[in-house]
Design a protein around this ligand. Structure first.
Ligand SMILES: O=C(O)CCC(=O)C(=O)O
Ligand SMILES: [Fe+2]
Length: 341
């Protein structure tokens, strides 16, 4: 059976935020999106086309390598490196039978071994392919990664304004952000929701926000009012979605939208997701404008790092094993993980 899709809408199903207009105006659109679907497009986002094209080009070159070569950088104890096809099963809805039909490569901020930050879980050196395997890979990815960090800081200003906070509100919490980027390659295996086959199963993202760049192939769908709605690629635009941490930080006011990827016939697909989370030790307690006597805190405080680790424990079964390998000195020392969502 063919994958059911919604017809291409005349208007995009989620708003477009023009980052070139004044911030107050842009923040109004951001607020509308964040209080409903948690998804929006951005245009005039400031990421140069050249950086975008280069990262897609090297991503493809890497994924085109033989399994043997890709295995030279299998994901390491810092959660950086290659994850093969069929490695994950993202759906949290119990509707997925086959694993995700995708491979990916985790890239983070470069943190030197032996440094103070390296004592924190998830903070360490990247796991790059040898320069001879994909010339220019590291440079193209690090340039794009930095551009996404800069873009995150600009979007954070709009999110702060949308929450009636000063535009600079989040700055101090993103000085040492956790910035995990993932070039992804979906195989041409056609998705079939009725048989539980997906490019990526239904999930919400974990953190503050995700910056998603996709090629020209459709595939991303967002659950809206009980229906899966296509979020088609739009040239020159990025797709932004909020994660569970911001949902919690905003005391439930901002939405973290459920989404998945369906692959259409013969349409191998490439995308690069950049996941931004606050500094590891940032306390996630309801933001001042999101809590009142009439609207008390729905969750106890946690920290960015603790929250993220509890989420990783849920979907990445191998994560805890890798943590053990790292040794007790690098375990997280924050409060014990608590139930979320
Ligand atoms: O590839 C996409 O369009 C979405 C990827 C995604 O949702 C994720 O990696 O969390
Ligand atoms: Fe996602």
């Amino acid at each position: 059976m063919a994958v059911p899709t919604t017809p291409e809408p005349a208007e995009p199903p989620v708003p477009v935020v023009d980052m070139a207009v004044n911030e107050e105006e842009a923040a109004r659109t951001v607020r509308e999106a964040c209080e409903t679907t948690g998804f929006f497009y951005v245009k005039n986002h400031g990421i140069a086309e050249d950086l975008m094209n280069k990262q897609f080009a090297v991503a493809k070159q890497f994924f085109d390598l033989s399994t043997e070569k890709k295995e030279t950088i299998k994901v390491n104890k810092y959660y950086r490196g290659w994850t093969p096809m069929n490695d994950e099963k993202l759906s949290i809805l119990g509707d997925q039978k086959a694993p995700d039909q995708k491979e990916g490569l985790y890239i983070g901020r470069e943190v030197a071994e032996g440094s103070e930050e390296n004592k924190l879980p998830l903070h360490g050196p990247n796991n790059w392919p040898a320069e001879s395997l994909v010339p220019g890979y590291r440079e193209a990815m690090m340039n794009y990664h930095q551009a996404c960090i800069d873009c995150t800081r600009r979007i954070n200003r709009l999110i702060a304004l949308a929450l009636d906070l000063p535009a600079t509100f989040f700055d101090d919490d993103f000085t040492h952000l956790i910035a995990s980027m993932r070039p992804l390659h979906y195989s041409a295996v056609v998705s079939n929701p009725e048989q539980g086959i997906f490019g990526a199963g239904a999930h919400t993202d974990y953190g503050m926000l995700t910056i998603l760049a996709t090629d020209d192939k459709p595939g991303l769908q967002v659950l809206m009012g009980g229906k899966w709605v296509d979020i088609p690629p739009k040239e020159g635009h990025l797709i932004i979605n909020l994660g569970d941490m911001l949902h919690r930080w905003s005391n439930g006011r901002f939405h973290s939208g459920m989404h998945r990827v369906v692959i259409h016939k013969g349409q191998e697909r490439y995308s690069t997701a950049f996941f931004a989370e606050p500094n590891f030790k940032t306390v996630i307690a309801p933001l001042p404008t999101c809590v009142s006597e009439a609207n008390p805190a729905k969750w106890p405080p946690t920290t960015s790092g603790e929250y993220l680790l509890s989420k990783y424990g849920v979907t990445h079964s191998t994560y805890m094993e890798r943590q053990k390998e790292k040794g007790a000195d690098q375990q997280c020392t924050g409060p014990a993980p608590i139930a979320v969502n």
